[in-house]
Design a protein around this ligand. Structure first.
Ligand code: COA
Length: 252
C-alpha cells in the first residue's frame, strides 16, 4: 500500500537513489547530487507553505520507505503531473497508484477540471502508467507524447446536461425561463385588473359583472360575463371577461 507525504530534510539520501542516472535518462536532466537534493527538499517545503498552493512535490512511500516522487504542478493554465521511481521498485504498479492518488487530490480536494502529462517517446512504461491511470493520448508536442484526463465531476455535469438527448438540458431551461415570463405576465395582468375600479364600475353599470359579494367583485380576473336576455341563444351561461375586453385595459 503506497502513501504520499511531504518531503523532509532527512530524505536527501532517498532522493539520490530515486534521481539516479537510470531514472533520469528520459527526463532531460542529470542525476541529482547532495546539494541539489537539499535545495529540492527546501523548495518543496517552501511551495507547501504557499497559499494558494501551486506545486505539490510529494514523496511516494511503501511501508515507510521513500521510493519515488509524484508532482502536481498547478502553476500553469492546465495542471500537470509528473513522477519518478527508484529503479528497483519499477514494475510493481507503484507509479500508477501514486498517479491515481494525486489525481484524487487534484479532482477532489482541489477541484481541478483537467490534468495533463507527457513522456519521452523512448519511455513507453511511463505512457503505460498514464493509460492505466485513465489519461488519454492527445498527440505529440516538442518531441514528447502528450496526455490529458478530465475531472470525473466535469464529465458527470456534462452527462446530466445531455442525459435526455443532445442539448435537452438547454431546451428544458429555456422552457423554464418562458414559464417564469408567463407567470410574471399573468401576475402583472391580475394587478392591473385590480387597479381598474373604473372598469369594474363600468362593468357593473352594464350588468356585465357578477353581482357584488362574489369572488368576481374583488377579483375581476375571475369575473364572469352574463349574456343579456335575447343577446344570444345561450341564456345566462357565464363567459370569461377576458380576452374580449383586453383592449380596454391596455388603452387606459
Ligand atoms: C515510468 C515509471 C514511473 C514507471 O514506474 P512503475 O512503478 O514501474 O510503473 P507501474 O508498475 O505502475 O506500471 C508500469 C507499466 O509499464 C509497463 N512497462 C514497463 N516497461 C515497459 C516497456 N519497455 N514498454 C512498454 N511497457 C512497459 C509495465 O508492464 C507496466 O504495465 P502493466 O501493469 O500493464 O504490465 C518508472 O519507470 C520511472 O520512474 N521511470 C523514470 C522516470 C520517468 O520516466 N518518469 C516519467 C516522466 S513524467
Amino acid at each position: 500500500m503506497i502513501e504520499l507525504r511531504e518531503l523532509a530534510p532527512a530524505d536527501v539520501d532517498a532522493l539520490l537513489g530515486i534521481y539516479g542516472a537510470e531514472a533520469t535518462k528520459y527526463l532531460g536532466r542529470a542525476a541529482m547530487d547532495v546539494a541539489e537534493a537539499r535545495y529540492y527538499i527546501r523548495d518543496a517545503a517552501a511551495s507547501a507553505e504557499l497559499s494558494p498552493r501551486t506545486l505539490y512535490v510529494l514523496g511516494l512511500t511503501v511501508d515507510g520507505d521513500l521510493l519515488g516522487v509524484v508532482k502536481l504542478h498547478c502553476d500553469r493554465p492546465v495542471a500537470a503531473v509528473s513522477y519518478i521511481l527508484r529503479p528497483d521498485s519499477w514494475g510493481r504498479g507503484y507509479a500508477t497508484e501514486g498517479v491515481r492518488k494525486i489525481l484524487a487530490l487534484a479532482f477532489g480536494h482541489l477541484g481541478l477540471p483537467e490534468i495533463r502529462a507527457r513522456h519521452h517517446p523512448g519511455n513507453p512504461a511511463s505512457g503505460r502508467v498514464l493509460l492505466k491511470a485513465g489519461f488519454v493520448p492527445t498527440g505529440e508536442q516538442t518531441g514528447f507524447m502528450t496526455y490529458a484526463i478530465r475531472s470525473p465531476q466535469d464529465g458527470a455535469a456534462t452527462d446530466r446536461t445531455t442525459a435526455h438527448g443532445g442539448a435537452g438540458g438547454t431546451v428544458r431551461s429555456q422552457w423554464r425561463a418562458w414559464g417564469a415570463v408567463w407567470r410574471w405576465m399573468t401576475w402583472a395582468w391580475g394587478g392591473r385588473m385590480r387597479r381598474m375600479p373604473s372598469l369594474r364600475e363600468e362593468g357593473r353599470r352594464q350588468g356585465r359583472l357578477a353581482g357584488s359579494g362574489d369572488a368576481g367583485d374583488h377579483d375581476p380576473a375571475h369575473a364572469t360575463r352574463r349574456s343579456r336576455p335575447g343577446e344570444s341563444g345561450r341564456g345566462t351561461r357565464p363567459t370569461p371577461i377576458w380576452p374580449c375586453d383586453c383592449w380596454r385595459l391596455w388603452r387606459t
